[in-house]
Design a protein around this ligand. Structure first.
Ligand code: PEP
Ligand code: MG
Length: 754
């Protein structure tokens, strides 16, 4: 059973479109269960119908024409109850509805299971048998397992326009929103540019070739180079290997010279695909054929074909030097968009970001916010290889996107984008005004940064200093640990640029989702593993170099603040303080006389919340990392789109934790701030104001909005709202309360979702 399931899922995953996938499903399931009929019905939410999308056994003409209302017939019962229905004689069921077009009068036994994705019934998978009989438990669970495995793929195809016209008339996926998560606020309208890892055949997007002849030439050149490589390899090995082993290389050469690989690829290029896309399809076709034979030896041949494909691809990519031609309004789309990919796009051409993986607290989303570029994260149902070159609307407020938007959708979003610009222009007038509440209480607003190129916009943003400088970025963009002098120069630039305003440099916080290419860390649970201060204390040689660089950079400026990430125990604070003092003393002895910096601790692990008081007694300030604190308190991976709906810093438990941190800090008269993304959300910042946070640090893009909020509320109002929020038990109720308050204060523009 497991083997047939594995094979079905493998074949379905390799299908190029939904139609093909559904055809494979009905054939293979019918076979595996020795049934007389297998059919798939998919829900059409617009028409409120189930549509027969594929069948093996019923009248094929009925496909696409048979439609049942969502509450109609046995399919409707399965969909409504979201559970299997197993009947030995379907016509006996009171909800049975005879559908003449399918020619189904001959069937008695019925087993239907729902296809469910993210709690939503996408369709129903049905098997029928002529005989009266009840399907046994094994058969039922097999069908449930298949449906559960297929649901993701079906959602994928639906979201990316993989549905043919059967289900949606002539609209395909046009005009339908693809759901994701808000990554960075704003509306971006532009052309999708798919970025993909260079050595992954499956990730290559469909792309039209501009010049067929040139594309064919590229492919032929790559093919001939691989042929040359293999010939040279075979010649070299001939001296040492027996002839039968060399035969393998002859088989490769045969494939490379033969018509089926080259001919088919060239035909695909002629049909309009670019060379990498055409190669991808040919290689997949070959490997699928080998794998379907179900023989271990032939499966191995499938991996040989793949290997050849990758070799050709490598030459294609090297040869073409396919420097992205960034469209004037580029929307970067990828399975996992990296911070580097984002930084590579010329700023004036970047209109938006869409990533299949990740969430709003992923570092790439943080960077997008810093750059003021709308982003949608966790668009898990998007089939990336199908979207290159298409028009996209990125709605970073709601976390959704539209492919090939209808004129109505586009016009509406253009209107909202225009309103946005007006709001931003209005807010820019606040730049030089202080963040002061209506009752005259000042809440300094600082900027989060970490990229040197950020300095100018940050300087111009009206930020009163840097509240969080993530030092890992300069570490990530090098090929080895940066040396002391190299680091000193970077830190000096930041400290100098903002002098005399304060600058908080956070010591290295690698691990978790931030790895260094030259310092790989392999762990099952990286967020619970070797991360932040844990690495620094285990590697004093790296930590001390960083501390020396920071202290030396601050000479004569006196605006350096040090921040320690991922503190989970007091012993870590003590040990880090000991090393900081040692570095300070040694520099003093050398006559460099740096001023001892103020030292702070990030409160981002639950254990630190409960020890905030004792930590505050030891250091000069606390800074809450609400991104990690939310992740650890709620046990929700900040990068996992599947659980992202559970990730919200307005969770009542997070609010209570924050109150405890403020209390701990203030008991020792130490200042406390929030430097996680929560601080940049005007609604959440309203509660932070009520709690008595002494300052807030956020990406510069959020700064004017939060300032606008602060200038429109008094501290008493914020306290009252906090009291009310603490009475509420759910995140959504708290958000509603805050949104209503912002709206009432005339600040609807801050929260308006598109
Ligand atoms: C945080 O965890 O809230 C934080 C500010 O740090 P980072 O996002 O870099 O983990
Ligand atoms: Mg953190």
């Amino acid at each position: 059973m497991l083997e047939s399931l594995r094979r079905i899922v493998q074949e379905v995953n390799a299908a190029r479109n939904l139609e093909q996938a559904l055809a494979i499903i009905v054939q293979r399931v019918k076979q595996a269960m020795a049934a007389d009929v297998c059919s798939v019905y998919l829900a059409d939410p617009v028409q409120q119908h189930y549509v027969l999308m594929a069948t093996d056994g019923l009248n094929p003409e009925a496909v696409g024409t048979v439609r049942l209302k969502l509450n109609e017939g046995l399919v409707g019962v399965v969909g409504e109850r979201a559970e299997p229905l197993n009947l030995d004689n379907a016509p006996d069921h009171p909800r049975y509805r005879f559908v003449a077009e399918t020619g189904e009068e001959r069937y008695h036994a019925f087993l239907g299971v729902p296809i469910i994705h993210h709690r939503q019934v996408l369709g129903v998978l049905v098997v029928r048998q002529r005989a009266r009989r009840k399907f046994d438990e094994n058969e039922e669970t097999l069908l449930v397992t298949i449906a559960a495995q297929l649901a993701g793929g079906i959602a994928h195809a639906q979201a990316s326009g993989g549905l043919n016209n059967l289900q949606h008339g002539n609209r395909g996926a046009q005009g339908r929103a693809v759901a994701g998560l808000p990554g960075a606020p704003g509306i971006g309208i532009g052309q999708a540019l798919v970025i993909y890892p260079p050595t992954d055949l499956d990730a290559i997007p469909d792309r039209k070739s501009a010049d067929v002849a040139a594309e064919i030439k590229l492919f032929e050149r790559a093919l001939s180079k691989v042929r040359g490589d293999i010939e040279a390899l075979a010649a070299r090995l001939r001296a040492t290997l027996p002839e039968e082993d060399i035969a393998l290389f002859d088989a490769y050469l045969h494939m490379l010279r033969g018509e089926s690989l080259a001919g088919k690829t060239i035909a695909r290029i002629r049909a309009g695909q670019w060379a990498p896309g055409a190669l991808r399809d040919t290689i997949l076709e070959h490997t699928r054929a080998f794998e379907a034979m179900g023989d271990a030896y032939l499966s191995e041949r499938a991996s040989d074909v793949r290997d050849l494909g990758l070799r050709i691809l490598a030459y294609l990519q090297a040869d073409a030097r396919r420097n992205h031609d960034y469209p004037p309004r580029t929307v970067i789309v990828g399975e996992e968009v990296s911070a580097t990919a984002l930084a590579e796009v010329p700023k004036d051409r970047l209109a938006g970001v869409v990533s299949v993986r990740g969430s709003s607290s992923s570092h790439v989303a943080i960077l997008a916010r810093a750059m003021g570029v709308p982003a949608v994260m966790g668009a898990a149902d998007l089939n990336v290889i199908r979207v290159d070159g298409r028009e996209v609307v990125v709605d970073g407020y709601r976390g959704q996107l539209y492919l090939d938007p209808t004129p109505v959708v586009r016009a509406e979003y253009q209107r909202i984008a225009h309103e946005e610009q007006t709001l931003a222009a209005g807010l820019s007038e606040l730049r030089d005004l202080p963040a002061v509440t209506r009752d005259g209480h000042r809440v300094p607003l600082y900027a989060n940064t970490g990229l040197l190129s950020d300095i100018t916009p940050t300087l111009n943003s009206g930020a009163e200093g840097i509240g969080l400088y993530r030092t890992e970025f300069p570490f990530m963009t090098r090929e080895r640990f940066p040396g002391e002098e190299e680091q000193r120069v970077i830190y000096r630039q930041v400290l100098e640029a903002f002098h005399p305003r304060p600058v908080v440099l956070r010591t290295l916080d690698i691990g978790g989702d931030k790895s260094l290419p030259y310092f790989p860390i392999e762990e099952d649970n990286p967020f619970l593993g070797w991360r932040g201060i844990r690495i620094s204390l285990d590697h004093p040689e790296i930590f001390i170099v960083q501390l020396r660089a920071m202290l030396r950079a601050s000479r004569g400026l006196n605006n350096l603040h040090l921040l320690l990430p991922m503190i989970s125990a007091l012993s870590e604070v003590d040990e880090a303080l000991r090393l900081i003092r040692r570095v300070h003393d040694e520099l003093n002895e050398n006559g460099e006389t740096p001023v001892m910096p103020r030292v702070g601790v990030m409160i981002e692990v639950p254990s630190a919340v409960y020890q905030a008081d004792a930590i505050a007694a030891r250091v000069d300030f606390l800074s809450v990392g609400s991104n990690d604190l939310t992740q650890y308190l709620l046990a929700v991976d900040r990068n996992n789109a599947r659980v992202a709906s559970l990730y919200d810093a307005l969770h009542p438990a997070v609010l209570r934790a924050l109150m405890q941190v403020v209390e701990g800090a203030h008991r020792h008269e130490k200042p406390v701030s929030v430097c996680g993304e929560m601080a940049g959300d005007p609604a959440a910042a309203l509660l932070l104001l009520g709690m008595g946070m002494d300052s807030l640090s956020m990406s510069v893009a959020s700064l004017p909005r939060v300032k606008w909020m602060i200038r429109n509320f008094s501290r008493d109002e914020a306290r009252r709202l906090l009291d009310e929020a603490l009475q509420l038990h759910t995140t959504s109720a708290i958000r509603l309360l805050l949104h209503a308050a912002l709206q009432q204060a005339g600040l609807g523009g801050l929260i308006r979702a598109a």
